[in-house]
Design a protein around this ligand. Structure first.
Ligand SMILES: C[S@@+](CC[C@H](N)C(=O)[O-])C[C@H]1O[C@@H](n2cnc3c(N)ncnc32)[C@H](O)[C@@H]1O
Length: 271
């Protein structure tokens, strides 16, 4: 792997995700068994059903796609099942092992699956019909560089689908309550709270305005940017019906289409 841009923060990010790929931490089934991967898949698409509408896997049958940050490989498996010419990278060996075992179990194969860094994508310019990345580039220290790399390897006229976290969301506000206000640190910024507490060290979250600013100087046109309410904003894991009702009330007040945790960006690279 090209670790040209390796730095201590990126090493910490790698260490964090090498312990457990995203979505595997609560799975109790035997690692790499069929029931293990099915539990991961069931959980993921029950909690995050918006992924299907965003990715539109079956529309990319026969197309050359790259997934940046495959994690445990639930989405990557969908690309392969849908018949795309699937290429995938992840910073961690743990993720690549997970996906290799998963594909083998279902007798599926990818075109290319390897460890790699989103800040230095190991691909030539203008290669892919689609580059897809769900919940990844905000974890990498140089997110803007990831964005430039994703654009570089996309074909002119090709599509780019990226999800990053939305700082102006109900979920981010709950993180502020838990790690800021309730810990007696009400003046800590939301950005700093997420940087320190949201999954791997150094995680960022953006506003729609910031995303538009990031994109304005780059050779892409915005197809759509959406931030609908997610199950994370609705506190799906909370035991109390009353607390869940408060979350639904907050969604109604602040907007079901506005304050969701996932900032889903659909772009086209300019011809
Ligand atoms: C929250 S998980 C998301 C994984 C997967 N896309 C999913 O939705 O389950 C973040 C993933 O991004 C990967 N990652 C973080 N920084 C990366 C980088 N610079 N290059 C490639 N992958 C990276 C991590 O190793 C981890 O697997």
């Amino acid at each position: 792997m090209n670790m040209q841009n390796s730095n201590p923060l990126k090493e910490s990010v790698k260490k964090y995700w090498n312990i457990a790929s995203c979505g595997t931490e609560f799975i109790r089934e035997q690692k790499h068994s069929k029931s293990y991967f099915e539990a991961i898949e069931n959980f993921r698409y029950t909690i995050e059903p918006e992924i299907f509408g965003f990715a539109q896997f079956t529309r990319f049958h026969g197309k050359k796609i790259l997934e940046v940050g495959v994690g445990a490989g639930s989405d990557f498996t969908q690309w392969v099942r849908a018949g795309s010419l699937a290429h995938g990278i992840d910073l961690t060996e743990e993720a690549i092992n997970n996906v290799q075992e998963r594909l083998k179990l279902y007798e599926l194969s990818a075109v290319d699956l390897k460890c790699g860094d989103a800040e230095n994508l190991p691909y030539e310019n203008n290669q892919f019909d689609l580059v897809y990345s769900w919940g990844v580039i905000h974890h990498s220290p140089d997110t803007e560089r990831c964005l430039d790399e994703i654009i570089r390897v996309t074909k002119p006229g090709g599509q780019i689908k990226i999800m990053v976290y939305n700082r102006h969301s109900l979920f981010a506000f709950y993180q502020y309550l838990i790690f800021g206000l309730f810990k007696g640190q009400p003046f800590q910024s939301l950005a700093s709270i997420l940087f320190k507490n949201q999954e791997s060290p150094g995680t960022k979250a953006y506003t729609i305005k910031e995303v538009h600013q990031l994109l304005s100087s780059r050779p892409v046109s915005v197809t759509i940017i959406r931030t609908p309410i997610t199950n994370h904003d609705l506190l799906y894991y909370h035991q109390s019906k009353f607390v869940k009702m408060l979350a639904r009330t907050a969604a109604s007040i602040f907007g079901w289409e506005k304050v969701g945790w996932f900032l889903m960006i659909d772009l086209q690279k300019m011809e």
